[in-house]
Design a protein around this ligand. Structure first.
Ligand SMILES: C[S@@+](CC[C@H](N)C(=O)[O-])C[C@H]1O[C@@H](n2cnc3c(N)ncnc32)[C@H](O)[C@@H]1O
Length: 392
């Protein structure tokens, strides 16, 4: 492909990504993969170059751009190599005309800025668009961090069970991954799993387990002894957990598919019985923009309101599963006050018999009754974590 044809491909992809963001359609990565599946003439260098342009254009636009062309023209204002590619050649973008719209640069949608946790200033918000490192969690059941020999791997600065790998490492092609010794997991996600305080022999409910990232980490903390009930309403995600558990040598995790709004019925047999309940709640994902910058284009005030209502409902549901004296842990990969400290304060007001306690960790910063990890301060994905002790 010529450089101009790559620019045109980026415009077409950005148009698709913008439409998908408005209509809750497929993720950018999926759209990019589909696009190239039907364009076999594009070699790996072309695909890498187009992908790079697309993601640079996404990262610099906090607001949804008017079109793919506007997104790229915005980027062209900052990258001197791009304007010349609007050359009107057969496969390239048409020439730039006076009045052509160019997307403005910003880190986040304007309506969202006042809703970030007060700890986040402009520099912290800008850092949400930095490039994320590639972290893996070492599975204590299969290996120790010191004994693993992976080219270029460095210990993660905060997590005692993490390794940071060179960008582009093909983790799933490695022997260590095949042997269940490592799992891809951001350092922040490892730390909030440790903050649950799960120990051997416990009964632990992971209420929003997804594909089991944190369930597997909890199982390792528990030395594969006890019981983990991993729940989710998404059949596709939850169905990936058993295979991952087998690879990691984990036998204590069972999955339970929940029917949205009828979760309590499916959990009646374990009401008041769990030593630890983890609620890794669905959220805006503002703490993971480094990996999913287009998530900013998908969030709307209405969607955020639906999420905060669901988080409150899941907290109340989780509270009913904790045994007397057990722990309730609330985690979000959000850096918005209403999904973090606001949600925790509202729960403490609703359920005053649950005593808020600081998570047993030293990383991050206190944020209301919980702690906050941010890319700028901790070099991890953003997380809020809070913890309560149930009444005896
Ligand atoms: C932040 S993700 C969980 C990520 C996962 N714990 C991990 O570490 O990979 C939130 C999950 O909540 C699930 N969810 C949404 N509504 C739910 C509900 N009513 N009950 C339980 N899980 C729900 C979503 O399907 C999603 O998988």
């Amino acid at each position: 492909m010529t450089p101009a044809a790559r620019a045109q491909a980026a415009i077409e992809l950005l148009d698709q990504i913008i439409t998908a963001a408005r209509t809750e359609g497929a993720a950018a990565d999926t759209l990019i993969a589909r696009y190239f599946k039907t364009r076999r003439y594009a070699g790996s260098k072309d695909r890498r170059a187009v992908r790079d342009i697309v993601y640079r254009a996404i990262r610099r636009s906090g607001e949804v751009p008017a079109s793919g062309r506007a997104a790229l023209l915005g980027l062209a204002g900052e990258d001197p190599a791009l304007p010349a590619l609007f050359d009107g050649s057969p496969h390239g973008p048409t020439q730039i005309e006076a009045g052509d719209e160019a997307a403005a640069a910003s880190a986040a949608p304007k309506w969202l800025l006042p809703r970030f946790d007060p700890l986040l200033d402009d520099a912290e918000i800008a850092a949400l668009l930095d490039r994320a490192p590639l972290d893996v969690r070492v599975n204590r059941l299969r290996a120790t961090r010191d004994a693993l020999d992976i080219t270029g791997a460095e210990p993660t600065p905060l997590s005692p069970i993490g390794l940071r790998l060179p960008e582009g490492t093909q983790v799933e092609a490695s022997d260590a991954w095949t042997a269940g010794q490592i799992e891809v997991q951001d350092e922040g996600s490892q730390l909030v799993s440790i903050a649950c305080g799960a120990a051997p022999g416990m009964t632990v409910v992971d209420l929003c387990a997804g594909a089991g990232g944190k369930s597997l980490a909890l199982a390792a903390e528990m030395d594969n002894s006890g019981r983990i009930i991993a729940c989710d309403t998404d059949r596709g995600r939850l169905s990936r957990l058993p295979e991952r558990a087998v690879r990691g040598g984990i036998t204590i995790a069972e999955t339970r598919l929940l029917d949205p709004r009828r979760e309590a019925e499916a959990l009646a047999d374990i009401a008041g019985a769990a030593d630890v309940v983890l609620i890794d709640a669905p959220c805006s994902g503002t703490g993971t923009w480094r990996r999913n910058p287009e998530a900013r284009w998908r969030l709307t005030p209405e969607r955020l309101e639906r999420l905060t209502l669901l988080q409150a409902r899941l907290l109340d549901l989780g509270a009913g599963l904790v045994r007397p004296g057990g722990a309730l842990v609330y985690v979000t990969c959000s850096l918005l006050a209403e999904e973090g400290r606001g949600q925790a304060d509202a729960f403490t007001r609703r359920r005053s018999s649950f005593v808020s306690e600081l998570p047993p960790i030293s990383w991050g910063r206190p944020a209301g009754s919980g702690r906050l990890l941010t890319p700028a301060h901790d070099r991890t994905d953003g997380f809020f974590v809070a913890r309560w002790r149930a009444p005896c």
